[in-house]
Ligand binder design. Structure first.
Ligand SMILES: *[C@@H]1O[C@H](CO)[C@@H](O)[C@H](O)[C@H]1NC(C)=O
Length: 443
């Protein structure tokens, strides 16, 4: 009995110690060290990514580490995640791709590469200075669970060129039998990259139960945040069942067609996109389905503040008559203000190739065109549009100054729109001339 108990106690202590272990990487370390104290630290992040044990924390000292890191370890449900974090909070470790030569297993270049690994957390690190046609700051591929990216600062990932993508964060899974789940991207700052033909923060393929929150994304030459399903190279299963909230996205402009949304959904389903702000981009939020036969459905887009974008504040619908549809989604309680800066005539909201969706309770302050809606004849009309609150723009402007395009007809004035389409029967009018502003939005 005694021996058994002692043995059990020993085992318990031993597993707890290993699980709770702390490792160190510093600029003055050596990879032949034990890595278990600051004075016996390792030199490279890669050494830690080969050696850290489940449940441990790897602290990385200040300075710049010229590496591309493939994560070969992982945590587990019992011992917990492996955490990689900066040793000194206000001197984040920098991992630079400036001297990168080694491609990851899938042929792309990445500062941090995670393939089919689980239970990992990266906190408060700066990832920068990588240049390649296909590259990422963090690239996560394959199935797995519980990967967290928190407080990462990723910038100057470049070289996307005319066909590739230099992406701050990429999460792809083409495995049709096992999903990538429980991915958290929180409080990251992503800026000045060249996603080009790809996207800045992208989830694509068999991915579910995710959270993209509190991030800042800006100065990108294509789409900001994207949730994708139905691209043939990643299989039929698409991104689903997640949350995209409290992100701030601006200065997102496509390098090739001036129609990048700050936040974009392409064929994903059941994603809640709420309380984000998108401004000074090609478009605010767009929900679409680019691939043939694909349906983006059960989306909830609510309480977002979309303003001063070049084209629409909010757009939804499939791509063209040959491709997808958007159905059974809610677009409610958003604030749209002074979009269509380029005066394309499209106005604040665009609907096409979509049905069974509800656009209710949005607050809209158009620019001097006073154009509210462009609902296309092809698949724009089978949706419900009501309860919006309008602030007509201009001296002496009234509800009859508002312009709606419904199918092939232009309706000048709210009354004419209501009488002819029976849409927007419960519209409200606001009177304040004061711009919405962020303060009033984030109460
Ligand atoms: C939608 O996603 C949420 C998680 O964000 C999940 O709890 C819910 O069950 C999903 N609904 C459906 C119908 O799949």
């Amino acid at each position: 009995m005694q021996t058994g108990l002692a043995c059990f106690t020993f085992l318990l202590l031993w597993t707890q110690t290993v699980a709770g272990r702390t490792y160190y990487v510093t600029k003055s370390g050596k990879d032949t060290n034990a890595g278990t104290s600051e004075t016996s630290a390792w030199l490279t992040v890669q050494k830690a990514a080969n050696s850290a044990t489940p449940g441990s924390t790897v602290y990385i000292g200040p300075g710049t580490y010229y590496e591309t890191v493939t994560v070969n370890v992982q945590g587990n449900a019992r011992d917990g995640l492996i955490t990689f974090a900066s040793l000194i909070f206000d001197k984040p470790a920098v991992i630079s791709g400036k001297q990168a030569k080694t491609e990851s297993a899938d042929g792309t270049m990445n500062i941090i590469f995670i393939q089919e690994k689980s239970y990992l957390r990266f906190v408060n690190l700066e990832l920068t200075d990588l240049k390649a046609v296909e590259c990422s700051g963090v690239r996560i591929t394959g199935a797995g669970t519980n990967v967290e990216l928190r407080g990462l600062h990723i910038h100057d990932i470049r070289g996307g060129g005319q066909s590739g993508g230099a992406m701050p964060i990429t999460v792809y899974n083409k495995d049709q039998t096992a999903s990538r789940r429980q991915v958290i991207v929180d409080s990251c700052i992503l800026h000045d990259c060249e996603p080009a033909w790809s996207e800045a923060l992208t989830f694509n393929g068999n991915i579910e139960d995710f959270q993209v929150t509190n991030n800042k994304v800006y100065n990108m030459n294509n789409i900001g945040i994207d949730f994708i399903g139905g691209e043939s190279f990643l299989g039929a299963l698409g991104v689903r069942n997640g949350l995209c909230a409290y992100n701030l996205v601006w200065n997102i402009h496509s390098v090739y067609d001036s129609s990048s949304a700050g936040i974009y959904v392409d064929g994903a389903s059941n994603v809640t996109i709420e309380s984000n702000e998108v401004h000074h981009s090609d478009m605010g939020i767009e929900v679409g389905a680019e691939n043939k036969g694909r349906v983006a459905s059960k989306m909830t887009v609510r309480n977002n503040y979309l303003h001063h974008n070049d084209k629409y504040g909010l757009a939804f619908g499939g791509y063209d008559s040959q491709r997808g549809q958007v159905t059974n989604s809610l677009f409610i309680n958003n604030r749209l203000e002074q979009n269509d800066v380029r005066l394309t005539g499209g106005g604040e909201i665009s609907i096409s190739f979509a049905s069974g969706n509800v656009v209710y309770g949005n607050t809209i302050r158009p620019n001097s065109q006073n154009v509210i809606l462009l609902a296309s004849q092809e698949g724009g009309l089978n949706n419900q549009f009501d309860y919006q609150k309008y602030y007509p723009n201009g001296q002496g402007a009234t509800k009859e100054s508002l312009i709606f395009f419904w199918g092939n007809t232009e309706y000048d004035g709210l009354t004419s729109f209501q009488q002819n389409t029976k849409q927007e029967m419960h519209a409200e009018l606001g009177v304040s001339k004061r711009a919405f502003g962020r303060k009033r939005f984030f109460l």
